[in-house]
Design a protein around this ligand. Structure first.
Ligand code: 6PG
Length: 247
């Protein structure tokens, strides 16, 4: 894994962070050298990406050739796509409904289906669309968030069997709400070319600090297990989440 100080972006506010991440995203897909390259990108769930989604659609929506981009999700709640808890719905309302992307290139996790069967199906869909490297699909970019307990995607604390899973997609459960989830595994995530964490808020500063300073206690958090094997890791954080970084 390559992580250096030029992979850390700190912005003063969540809005400024969204602007910075949207500009960075644009720079990643505006590929001069290969106009036909397709990009395979997995989106984060949760609420943090909402500002980024809206900014990307509003300011770059008309400048990106979305016909070259395939969107997947890092995880999904086992709810229907019109449920307010759905990560797909969050992305659709704030982003996908505002850009001109072929529906066939939006690969949602079907939260309304049986979790175990959908995890299998989604893994197959990823394998059939995303080019492989070392026999594992290699996303160009995976966007992740982090919970205040240090989880990422739907890899929650004390579910260590998920962290070592040989599968590409697993089912899990939110330990607080007991909501069923479907999630990409570290095996798949760590095969990506680029992985980006977007984290905001003082409540997450302690864990962000432990992970970025690679403190021993950070090993308990699934977010610390995200270490792209042959790729780059980026952290986009706001001043609140950076509070413990420079202590
Ligand atoms: C989800 C996410 C999860 C999220 C973190 C942060 O489905 O909830 O994938 O990993 O990114 O919990 O959530 P917030 O952005 O809402 O703080």
């Amino acid at each position: 894994m390559r992580f250096s100080e030029n992979s850390l972006f700190v912005a003063p506010t969540p809005v400024k962070l969204a602007e910075e991440l949207a500009g960075w995203f644009y720079s990643q897909v505006f590929n001069h050298s290969n106009a036909s390259k397709q990009y395979y990108i997995a989106l984060s769930g949760g609420t943090t990406p909402v500002l980024f989604f809206n900014y990307l659609a509003s300011y770059y929506g008309n400048y990106i050739d979305w016909s070259r981009i395939h969107f997947f999700w890092a995880d999904e709640r086992c709810v229907s796509p019109d449920d307010n808890d759905s990560n797909y719905k969050t992305a659709y309302v704030n982003f996908l409904s505002k850009i001109n992307i072929p529906a066939s290139q939006v690969h949602r996790i079907r939260g309304e289906e049986d979790p175990e069967q959908e995890a299998e199906r989604y893994a197959q869909e990823i394998r059939s669309v995303v080019p492989e490297e070392d026999n594992i699909p290699r996303f160009d970019l995976i966007l992740l968030g982090m919970g205040s307990d240090g989880h990422t995607a739907s890899l929650f604390p004390h579910q260590s069997e998920l962290l070592s899973s040989e599968k590409l997609v697993e089912t899990s459960e939110n330990p607080v709400t007991h909501q069923r989830r479907i999630t990409l595994t570290p095996r798949l995530i760590n095969n990506a070319a680029k992985v980006v964490f977007q984290v905001t808020g003082f409540a997450k500063a302690g864990i962000v600090g432990e992970i970025l300073q690679q403190k021993p206690e950070s090993a308990q958090y699934s977010a610390s297990k995200i270490k792209p094997l042959r790729g780059d890791l980026y952290w986009f954080i706001d001043a609140g989440a950076a509070k413990e970084l420079f202590r």
